[in-house]
Write a protein that binds this ligand. Sequence first.
Ligand SMILES: CC(C)(COP(=O)(O)OP(=O)(O)OC[C@H]1O[C@@H](n2cnc3c(N)ncnc32)[C@H](O)[C@@H]1O)[C@@H](O)C(=O)NCCC(=O)NCCS
Ligand SMILES: Nc1ncnc2c1ncn2[C@@H]1O[C@H](COP(=O)(O)OP(=O)(O)OP(=O)(O)O)[C@@H](O)[C@H]1O
Length: 280
Amino acid sequence: MNSSFSDLHFLAANASLALIEEAFLAPKPGLVDRRSSGSHSDMDLTLMERSAQCLEPFFLEMAKVSWGREVDAVLREEIGLIGREAEAQMLSVTGGVNTHKGAIWSLGLCSSVLASHQMNTSKRRFFQDIAKLASTEDRKASSQKPTHGQTVKQLHGLTGAKEEAQGGFPHIVYASLPMLHHSRKRGCSEESARINSLLALTASLNDTCVAYRGGLEALRGLQKKSREFLQAGGLESKDGERILEELDTWSRARRVSPGGAADLLATTLFIDKFSSIRIN
Ligand SMILES: CC(C)(COP(=O)(O)OP(=O)(O)OC[C@H]1O[C@@H](n2cnc3c(N)ncnc32)[C@H](O)[C@@H]1O)[C@@H](O)C(=O)NCCC(=O)NCCS
Ligand SMILES: Nc1ncnc2c1ncn2[C@@H]1O[C@H](COP(=O)(O)OP(=O)(O)OP(=O)(O)O)[C@@H](O)[C@H]1O
């Protein structure tokens, strides 16, 4: 299929839309959704929407500078700069609340790589280039005070958002995307397929948001309960809804929230949209 530079508006709109779709999706354990703010006292659906909308021009800018370019250190640094500007804009729009930091990273990388291939590439090459871009050093990034991710990674020897991208999004390739497709094929509703996809992520992801707020015990507890949900057959199974409700209550009681998995679900939805169109 022929693609043109003007397709980049479509790309950026879909990155922002994926964030809105993730935010509205319900019922999600501990996360902001259309029912409630979950474990969060500083965020709600309106704030998530406002944040998602303000990010669209930054996804567009990342895609524009990447159009037809080689994935290399120069591109990495240009993308890094736009990513940091996007984070600053997000914080300004939300009054300092971190609504989408991890998503700027994951969807920013996807926007850049897709545009670098002028919207046409194989899945294999797409994920390889995500890994390459994320693994390239950004010499312009200044080291500020340690992030929550860095703190828990050091404390517990975990991997996080950076390593997930450096590995070419293994949790998307092997967990969330296959679960999304498998659930649709089984005849689940789109909403159930997306919830199953989210839980396929929480079942094994080292989500640094969960580890920061609740420690390793909470992270392992969430993973175990998510596996129970999947083993029961997901949301539309006999016990699925009950297990998910228990997981939500469990998450709220500990004030934990799988924000990293939510970011990767949004990224999964974005990739899924393009895989039927342009990622061959
Ligand atoms: C790599 C990033 C995410 C920083 O990660 P770090 O773990 O140090 O930070 P922090 O804890 O503040 O945020 C991480 C966020 O990632 C998400 N997350 C958490 N765990 C995971 C995981 N295992 N996998 C994917 N995402 C995760 C969460 O939403 C979390 O809030 C990123 O913000 C960054 O380096 N940005 C610099 C700007 C840049 O280079 N951008 C380039 C392309 S956009
Ligand atoms: N629907 C959602 N609800 C809550 N968080 C989400 C949602 N979707 C994505 N996230 C991600 O979760 C992260 C926010 O989680 P959290 O508030 O736990 O992190 P934090 O600001 O680093 O830590 P804390 O609030 O514990 O100080 C954001 O980076 C965001 O990308």
